[in-house]
Design a protein around this ligand. Structure first.
Ligand code: HQG
Length: 180
């Protein structure tokens, strides 16, 4: 299938699994999973298409797994706004992490820190190239912030790493943020 078409389906899948499952008639379990057969019907796609989107996804946004009951399910690895308990394990972060955002947000972020907005956590990138890509989604001028994750962890802040390598934390207070 063509790349653009796959991206379009991936976005629909993200919306259903992270934000608006009810809109397409789905109910996520407490950990965010739905049976693959229900999901295919709700998305109106076939299994081969699903496999192509999940396997070829640039950010490994989705996980497919067989439960103890033998039922195969799918969930989004992160990025939810609906309440789900992903069961992420705490992880020790690298000394620095990065956050790419709109330059226009800088003064607000310097005043109040990074907050999670509608998501469950603040999302942090392991490298500046990834942070740049995240920031570029906004259009316009971007800024790459350095987050002193090691110092934060030693001060008692908890970090998680999603299955697709995104670092997550509840909030980043301004004193742990550097520009440039
Ligand atoms: C900003 C995509 C003003 C924050 C990406 C960000 C990522 C503040 C925006 C994932 C602020 C929230 C998450 C403050 C935070 N004042 N602005 N105090 N604190 N912000 O989309 O991190 O493709 O919820 O800088 O690749 O941009 O969906 O978060 O610009 O991994 O898989 O508020 O989403 O992944 O925006 O992106 P978002 P994000 P997917």
């Amino acid at each position: 299938m063509e790349y653009q078409q796959l991206v379009k389906i991936s976005k629909r899948m993200s919306k259903a699994l992270r934000h608006e499952p009810a809109r397409v008639g789905l109910t996520l379990d407490p950990a965010g999973w739905v049976p693959v057969t229900d999901f295919l019907a709700a998305m109106k796609i076939d299994r081969a298409t699903l496999d192509e989107v999940v396997g070829g996804n640039d950010k490994q946004r989705f996980a497919v797994a067989v439960g103890e009951d033998g039922v195969e399910r799918i969930r989004a690895n992160q990025g939810h706004s609906v309440p789900v308990e992903l069961g992420l394990a705490e992880a020790e972060p690298p000394e620095v992490l990065f956050h790419g955002t709109a330059a226009a947000a800088l003064s607000s972020i310097q005043a109040t820190g990074l907050n999670r907005g509608g998501r469950h956590h603040v999302h942090l990138s392991p490298d500046t190239a990834t942070a740049r890509r995240v920031g570029a989604r906004r259009g316009g001028a971007i800024v790459i912030l350095t987050v002193l994750a090691g110092e934060m962890a030693r001060a008692g802040h908890v970090f998680y790493r999603s299955d697709n390598g995104v670092w997550l934390s509840d909030a980043v207070p301004p004193e742990f943020i550097r520009t440039g």
